[in-house]
Design a binder for this molecule. Sequence first.
Ligand code: KG4
Ligand code: ZN
Length: 355
Amino acid sequence: MKCGSAVLGLESSCDETAAAVLGADGTILAEAVLSQEAEHSPYGGVVPEIAARAHLDYLPRLVAQVMERAGLGYADLAGVAATSGPGLIGGLIVGSTLGKGIALAHGLPFVAVNHLEAHALTATLPGIVAQDARGQPMPPVRFPYLLLLLSGGHCQCVAVEGVGRYRRLGTTLDDAVGEAFDKAAKLLGLPWPGGPALERLARQGDPARIPLPRPLLGRPGCDFSWSGLKTAVAHAVARCPGGVPSAQDRADIAAGFQAAVAAVLADRARHAIAMLPDATALVVAGGVAANGAVRGALAAAAEARGLPLVAPPVRLCTDNAVMVAWAGIERLRLGLTDALGHAPRPRWPLEELAA
Ligand code: KG4
Ligand code: ZN
């Protein structure tokens, strides 16, 4: 390891506290993620104040842990990168302030990383092996490519043309797709976060028995809308005898919901591919990218247009600090650093990034 070339990345924008150290070439030297699921699940969603306090508790320890595991001291770093938006402001303040503090104390450059850019660039990380939809290894993706960011907080389709060069092709008009999974799961009596539980329940269901709407299917562009589908789930539950769905009803509604989401996402992806004809791949990221039905539908849509569907390993699709350190490396390479006075931004659209 060359001295002064590794980058420390910090992530604290939502409910995952994470730190990672990467070598300049993208080799992952150490990574750690602490999920706050247990803290938030009694409330059925992320409580911002609890999240901020948990980041404050966990992050300094995680930093010490990854530095030790990487076998490095701060003098071995080329910079510190911390997620500085978009996200929950309390967590952003914790992570970016710690990052700036380390940078200041050790005379290192600081990079204020946009969380969406970090998700967007994960597919170019040479240190990991991206997989296609069948789990086969893929070489890192080349620009330009399409990114579908499908998480609990984000639902957008982006043309990734280079570091700092993004065009948002579509976004949600209401809920994020992960939020829709969580709300549908709650209506079906499943615990939060509901996506994985809903996917398991859907395996026992018949997606055709209780048809649900497919919002925006066939409409031009690649915007998304999920609130009508969630309301349709509420109505389907209410229509069950006595308003109480049987085990089979619940499984059928879950399967119908998942099939509707997968069909809409595939339709939106087809439109996105038409909007970026020179795309080299369709990349998925975010927690919902872990869903098998969603991956299958997107792979079919991409393959029909001659494109691979690329999915980073699930641990790098969900919130993590490896992606933050990698975005930091890419920015440092271009000489893009930020002042220690950089203020974290709860809202920070990708289009406002300039490389
Ligand atoms: O990216 P992520 O871990 O965190 C952020 O939202 O930033 O995404 C979490 C979301 C939750 O809404 C969760 O229910 C959903 O991703 N999710 C899934 C699955 N695994 C996680 N949704 C559907 N199927 C899954 N297997
Ligand atoms: Zn995220």
